[in-house]
Write a protein that binds this ligand. Structure first.
Ligand SMILES: Nc1ncnc2c1ncn2[C@@H]1O[C@H](COP(=O)(O)OP(=O)(O)O)[C@@H](O)[C@H]1O
Ligand SMILES: [Mg+2]
Length: 372
């Protein structure tokens, strides 16, 4: 069943999920979700990213139809999310707690949703085999769940969520409990499987790297409110506000006043670029990414930088592929963070060393000062 004209995005692609003016008020003080609005085209991979308690799970549960918004609407394929009985919803789900049946075999687990949905029993083995193949568990169908590794169990859960070919796949931090290496492998697996099937997917995580790696689009939430919806590159390059700049990537913040060419911090002119219109003289906040700040020996070559300042190294952290420097800038009365790649190329700057620091105007993003 396809909806009317409202079921199409401006780009003409079918819309899978739409939320409008969605609140969730548990009556405990602050609202868990406030005035959430977004739309997602069919076949896209959306990640909802935010710190713990920002309302991600609550929003996902409303999309799943487990909870009804206290205000606003969520439509899936044009129908209200909670209009269909749970076992008939065309929604596959994988949560952090996998809820697999430990005493059953892999294939029994994957067959379960098909039996619940009364699929033709003769079709079931072939479908199960197909989806176990997709998650690369073809040889494991007779294994019991508790005889599998954590990563293999994740794959079973994914196969089980996908086997009935849902319109929508919902993931609530299913990788959070895995160790880093396995988590990063599984992120790529999610991406591969999602691209292969083209199933519309909404993933919840607090891991910014995961959001950047797997998604076509990201929504950042804070305190129940959507802060920004953008592509990973768009979100990274053009954060809508200081919260997003802080939450994704490593940024340093400068507090000052807007001037014609940038930001005046403690009387020193810093070249920058305003994200919103900010009248000269108004309080403003600058954000600059650690990889956009350059570091050199005093008087070293920072030609091309629009702002160059002197500072002292207050700390450095070895991160393997790069060093992270903390450099105190007395003129600004603040400390900035600087990534320095390939540090083996030259001797690292010692703690206390005087260095030159520089950046380009386009890389210091200037936001209105926070009003909360
Ligand atoms: N059933 C509930 N009853 C009352 N408060 C809740 C309930 N579920 C979540 N909350 C509150 O709503 C806020 C958002 O929670 P949640 O959506 O779980 O955040 P996240 O998934 O981003 O960590 C939190 O303050 C949480 O305590
Ligand atoms: Mg959660």
């Amino acid at each position: 069943m396809s909806g009317g004209s409202s079921a199409e995005s401006t780009a003409g692609n079918p819309v899978a999920v739409v939320a409008q003016g969605v609140d969730m008020d548990f009556g405990t003080g602050a609202m868990a979700v406030k005035n959430a609005a977004f739309s997602l085209e069919r076949g896209r991979f959306l990640t909802i990213l935010g710190p713990s308690g920002s309302g991600k799970t609550t929003l996902l549960r409303m999309i799943a139809g487990f909870q009804t918004p206290t205000r606003g609407t969520i439509l899936i394929g044009g129908r209200p999310a909670d209009a269909v009985a749970p076992h008939r919803r065309s929604v596959g789900m994988v949560f952090q707690k996998l809820a697999l049946f430990p005493h059953m075999t892999v294939e029994e687990n994957v067959a379960f949703p098909l039996k619940m949905r009364r699929f033709n029993p003769r079709e079931i083995p072939e479908r199960v085999a197909h989806y176990l193949d997709l998650v690369r568990l073809a040889g494991f169908s007779k294994r019991r769940i508790n005889a599998l590794s954590g990563g293999q169990q994740q794959r079973v859960a994914i196969a089980r969520a996908l086997v009935f070919e849902p319109e929508l796949l919902l993931l609530d931090e299913p990788l959070a409990a895995l160790d880093r290496k396995l988590r990063e492998e599984m992120q790529l697996e999610f991406r591969r499987i999602q691209k292969e099937l083209g199933v519309t997917t909404i993933n919840v995580t607090h891991d910014q790297r995961e959001a950047l790696v797997v998604s076509d689009e990201i929504i950042v939430m804070d305190q129940g409110e959507i802060q920004q919806q953008a592509s990973p590159v768009g979100m990274y390059r053009r954060p809508a506000n200081p919260f997003v700049a802080h939450f994704i990537g490593v940024s340093s913040f400068l507090t000052g006043r807007r001037t014609g060419t940038g930001l005046t911090v403690n009387g020193t002119e810093c070249a920058g670029q305003a994200v919103d219109d900010i009248a000269p003289g108004l309080a403003a906040q600058g954000a600059i990414r650690a990889e956009q700040v350059r570091i050199a020996a005093p008087g070293g070559d920072l030609s091309g930088c629009d702002t160059v300042l002197e500072g002292q190294v207050s700390d450095s952290i070895f991160e393997g592929e790069r060093l992270l420097y903390f450099v105190r800038l007395p003129a600004l009365e603040t400390t900035v963070q600087i990534y320095h790649h390939d540090p083996a190329e030259q001797a690292p700057y010692a703690r206390g060393a005087t260095v030159s620091v520089g950046w380009n105007a386009r890389d210091l993003l200037i936001f209105p000062a926070k009003d909360r």
